[in-house]
Design a protein around this ligand. Structure first.
Ligand code: IMP
Length: 428
């Protein structure tokens, strides 16, 4: 029986991971974030009430699972406290259930300012980031002058480190980007004050995970963004700054490959993308507009409209292999209900290998296979036998093309809307 399940997005994010994490978290003793930051936006609908989480693992709504934020996650203290307070106002206990790694890089106002100044300076070449400071804070981590959560709890250490970092960032802001510098004392005081509030939640996340694993407890690792936004394997440079693929679990939480029993790939029945960058199957026609409208395709973090297109089996097959996907969960199938036809990209014309970087992705022209659409309503469906034959044929063709079995279907935002063919925690 699987005790440790990883949930990853297999496209460009927004596949509907939050809902599935919330669902599986009922079987989990701990839910763990391991990469990304508050650029993520996980939308959950429980008892008709919508909650959007950005940093806190979606398992928090179960009222039971321990929630852990591993060292690979970049943490904006003010945003985290706001999220904690918001949940606690709705009687969801957070502080006693949340553990934070002291090694998490800290996002400060200078990182946000730099992210936004850089995007402005890029003009038409902008990546379309969430503007949350994600890139600059991962840069600081790699430059080895970053501030980590544990630093916030030691005023002397904080003052020493922050002075140098802010000098550097202010120089960039003022002289390279012609933007306003930040007040060093103000940023320091705020960081120290927020550090005090977060201090009781700091813990050795890695050691906790090893202990839970040794006790046979069920773990759930919650990926943010999607595999095609991976800094190494995605559509570089139009990517995020972390490893959103499977390797991020190991480096971002401190567990080994042997600590993972099952990898669930969340895949939307079509494709969406927010921000700029390559998207071979993107549509600007009635089909695409219908996907956007019926799928309510707006970014959970920024509210930006998402670009829409057909499913891309070429990219998906690659991501299935990279991540070692055990089973897929197909989401939002109902958005395609009533389409006269659906298309699947089965090959790229113009390029004879998997594209490397945005320039090569621009050459990839989709070759489609057309599948007849289906009538009938899959929205909210919980009974696999009621699935229209056409929808079943679509799923079966996808399984063949991407070389992974469909283990789950999500048929609506509500926790109960879906079909489980094989439960991740019940797999051998
Ligand atoms: P950043 O992560 O804010 O640096 O943004 C880099 C790229 O990743 C942009 O195209 C964003 O739109 C995209 N991105 C970041 N987080 C998410 C997410 O949670 N869902 C979808 N796209 C995201």
């Amino acid at each position: 029986m699987s005790r440790s399940v990883v949930i990853l997005g297999t496209q460009w994010g927004d596949e509907g991971k939050g809902k599935i994490v919330d669902l599986l978290a009922h079987d989990a003793d701990a839910v763990v974030r391991f990469q990304g930051g508050h650029n993520a936006g996980h939308t959950l609908v429980v008892d008709g009430k919508k909650t959007v989480l950005h940093l806190i693992p979606s398992g928090i709504l179960t009222q039971r699972a321990r929630c852990l934020i591993g060292n690979g996650v970049v943490v904006a203290p003010a945003a985290l406290i706001k999220e904690i307070d918001g949940l606690e106002q709705h009687d969801i206990e957070v502080r006693s259930r949340l553990g934070l790694s002291g090694a998490c890089p800290v996002i400060l106002s200078c990182h946000e300012a730099l992210d936004q100044a850089r995007e402005r300076a890029k003009g038409k070449k902008a990546i379309g980031t969430t503007g949350r400071g994600i890139g600059p804070v991962y840069e600081d981590k790699a430059s080895r002058h970053g501030i980590r959560l544990a630093d916030l709890t030691d005023p002397k250490r904080l003052a020493d480190k922050l002075g140098g970092v802010l000098d550097y960032h202010n120089f960039l802001l003022q002289h390279y980007y012609q933007a306003d510098p930040l007040d060093v004392a103000e940023v320091s005081d705020q960081a120290a004050m927020l550090g005090e509030q977060l201090k009781p939640m700091l813990c050795d996340v890695t050691a906790d995970l090893h202990a839970l694993r040794a006790q046979g407890k069920a773990l759930l690792f919650e990926g943010a963004q999607g595999s095609l936004l991976d800094i190494d394997h995605g559509t570089y440079p139009f990517v995020t700054s972390s490893n959103t693929t499977i390797g991020g679990v190991m480096t971002g939480a401190g567990v080994s490959p042997q600590d993972i029993d099952y990898v669930l790939g969340i895949t939307k029945a079509y494709t969406t993308r927010v921000g700029a960058g390559p998207f071979p199957t993107e549509l600007d026609d009635d089909y695409g507009h219908r996907m956007a409208e019926r799928g309510v395709e707006f970014g959970a973090t920024t509210g930006r409209p998402r670009r829409c297109g057909w499913i891309d089996a070429v990219a998906l097959r690659r991501m299935v292999k990279i991540n070692g996907i055990t089973g897929l969960c197909i989401t939002k199938l109902d958005v395609l209900d009533g389409f006269d036809q659906v298309k699947v990209c089965v090959d790229y014309d113009g390029i004879d290998h998997f594209p490397l970087g945005a320039e090569e992705w621009a050459d990839a022209r989709p070759v489609y296979e057309t599948i007849p659409g289906w009538q009938g309503n899959t929205r909210g469906m919980t009974d696999a036998d009621a699935l229209p034959a056409g929808a079943r044929a679509y799923l079966e063709r996808l399984e063949e093309l991407v070389e992974a079995p469909v283990h789950m279907l999500s048929t609506g935002p509500e926790r109960e809307a879906g079909v489980i063919f094989q439960h991740p925690y019940a797999s051998a």
